[in-house]
Design a binder for this molecule. Structure first.
Ligand code: PLP
Length: 395
C-alpha cells in the first residue's frame, strides 16, 4: 500500500515549483533573456568569498574523515558554540551550545519543531496570512490542524484580534514568520508585545504553554528596520533559522533550531527536539557545512543588492500604477492583482513571459508575489512587459 497523503503531495508540485518548472521550459524555447522568472526565492547574490576559502581550507585537512565524518546527532559542539556566541553578541543573550540543534535548513527546523510539539490529532497550529505555503504541508503531515488567521488589511501585520478568536485549548503553537514571505512585512515590537500578552494569557487559561515557532530565514535581510528578536518578547519560542537566504546557501541545507535556555522546560524541549530529529531522520546536518558555519556564522552575502532591487521594482511598478506593499525585509514584493482572480491575472502575465505567483496558497487571495532576488538587469528588462500588462487592464 502507498500512503495516499504522501502520494498526493508528491504527485502535485507546489504552485511556485510549477511556475518555476514552466519557466525552465519556456527559457529552452525562447531564450533566457526573454523570460522574466520572479517565481522562486533562490538568492541571486553570491555567497561571500570567505565561504569558498573556508571550504578550500577544510578540504586540505587530513584525515578527511575529520571533515566528512558523522558529528553528534545535534551537530558539532564547536559549530553550535559559534552560533550561540554569535546570537549572544548580537542580541545580548546568554545562550549556550547546548541550546542549539543543527538542521538541514529552515524546512527541517520547522518540521522538527512541529514534531517535538504536536502530540495528538485534535491539536492545532495557527499561522497568520499571508503565510509560506509549506506550513500547511508540514502541520497537516504531523496530523494537526492548520488554522489560518486572516490577513490584516491593508498593513498585512499581525491580526491579533482574529488570533484571540482562533486560539482554543487545543492550540499548541503559533508560527510567526518575520521578515515575511510573501509580504516582505517585518512585525513591529508593539505587535510582538501584544502577541506575547495574548499567548501568555491563553497559556495560563488552558494550563499548557502555547509556543511560538519563529521562522526566521530572512532575519538579516531588512531595509531600514531591524528584525526584533523574538525572545525579547516571549520565552516559549523556538527559533528556526537557515543559512539559505542571507548567506546564499539554499542548496547546501544548513540551519539550526535555538531552544532558548530561558524557555519553560528547556531541557525537556531540547530532548524532544533531539527525539523529533531522530524520528524524522534529521540527525547530523551536513558535516562539511557545519564546519563552514563554525567559521562563517557571523557573515552574510552582500544584502545591499536586494535593497537596490527592492527600490527599483517597488518604485517602477508603483509608477506604472500597481498597488504594492512596501517590503521592509526578505526579497518579495506583494502586489495587488489587477482582477479578483490572481490565477487568471498570473496567466495573463505568463503570456508576456512574466512569471508571478498567485497568492491564494499563501492564504491571502487577490495578490501576486514577485521574488526580486534576481539580477537588476532582468528587473529592468521586465518593466515594459509589466507596463503592457497594466495597460491591458486599463484600455
Ligand atoms: N520558511 C520560509 C518563510 C521560507 O521562505 C523558506 C524557503 O523559501 C523556508 C522556510 C525553507 O527554507 P530552507 O530552504 O532553509 O529549508
Amino acid at each position: 500500500m502507498i500512503n495516499k497523503k504522501m502520494y498526493t503531495l508528491g504527485s502535485h508540485r507546489s504552485v511556485i515549483r510549477e511556475i518555476f518548472e514552466f519557466g525552465k521550459k519556456r527559457i529552452a524555447e525562447v531564450g533566457a533573456d526573454k523570460v522574466y522568472d520572479f517565481s522562486i526565492g533562490n538568492p541571486s547574490v553570491e555567497a561571500p568569498e570567505a565561504i569558498k576559502e573556508t571550504i578550500n581550507e577544510l578540504l586540505q585537512i587530513t584525515p578527511s574523515t575529520n571533515v566528512h565524518g558523522y558529528t553528534s546527532a545535534q551537530g558539532d559542539p564547536k559549530t553550535r558554540k559559534a552560533i550561540s556566541d554569535n546570537i549572544n553578541k548580537r542580541y545580548d543573550k546568554n545562550y549556550t551550545a547546548d541550546d542549539v540543534y543543527l538542521t538541514c535548513g529552515a524546512a527541517a527546523s520547522l518540521t522538527i519543531s512541529l514534531r517535538a510539539i504536536i502530540d495528538a490529532d485534535d491539536e492545532n497550529v495557527i499561522v497568520f496570512a499571508p503565510f509560506f505555503t509549506e506550513y500547511r504541508v508540514f502541520v497537516e503531515s504531523m496530523g494537526a490542524e492548520l488554522r489560518v488567521v486572516p490577513a490584516l488589511m491593508p498593513s498585512l501585520g499581525l491580526n491579533l484580534a482574529e488570533l484571540e478568536k482562533t486560539i482554543d485549548e487545543k492550540t499548541v503553537a503559533v508560527i510567526v514568520n518575520s521578515p515575511n514571505n510573501p509580504s516582505g512585512v517585518v512585525y513591529s515590537k508593539e505587535e510582538l508585545t501584544k502577541l506575547a500578552q495574548i499567548l501568555t494569557k491563553k497559556s495560563e487559561e488552558y494550563h499548557h504553554p502555547i509556543y511560538i515557532i519563529s521562522d526566521e530565514p530572512y532575519r538579516e535581510i531588512t531595509y531600514g528596520v531591524t528584525t526584533p528578536f523574538i525572545t525579547d518578547f516571549y520565552q516559549n519560542s523556538l527559533i528556526c533559522y537557515s543559512y539559505s537566504k542571507a548567506l546564499s546557501l539554499p542548496g547546501e541545507r544548513i540551519g539550526y533550531i535555538l531552544v532558548p535556555n530561558t524557555m519553560e522546560d528547556n531541557k525537556a524541549m531540547y530532548a524532544a527536539i533531539c527525539g523529533a530529529g531522530r524520528s524524522l531522520g534529521f540527525i547530523c546536518a551536513p558535516s562539511l557545512w557545519q564546519h563552514v558555519i563554525e567559521k562563517c556564522a557571523h557573515l552574510t552575502s552582500d544584502l545591499s543588492i536586494y535593497a537596490r532591487n527592492r527600490d527599483l521594482i517597488y518604485n517602477s511598478l508603483s509608477e506604472i500604477g500597481y498597488e504594492c506593499v512596501l517590503p521592509q525585509g526578505a526579497f518579495y514584493l506583494f502586489v495587488k492583482a489587477l482582477e479578483d482572480d490572481a490565477y487568471s491575472f498570473c496567466k495573463k502575465a505568463q503570456e508576456l513571459d512574466l512569471l508571478l505567483v498567485p497568492s491564494d496558497d499563501f492564504g491571502c487571495p487577490g495578490y501576486v508575489r514577485i521574488a526580486y532576488c534576481v539580477s537588476e538587469d532582468m528587473i529592468k528588462r521586465s518593466l515594459p512587459s509589466f507596463k503592457k500588462l497594466y495597460e491591458s487592464y486599463h484600455k
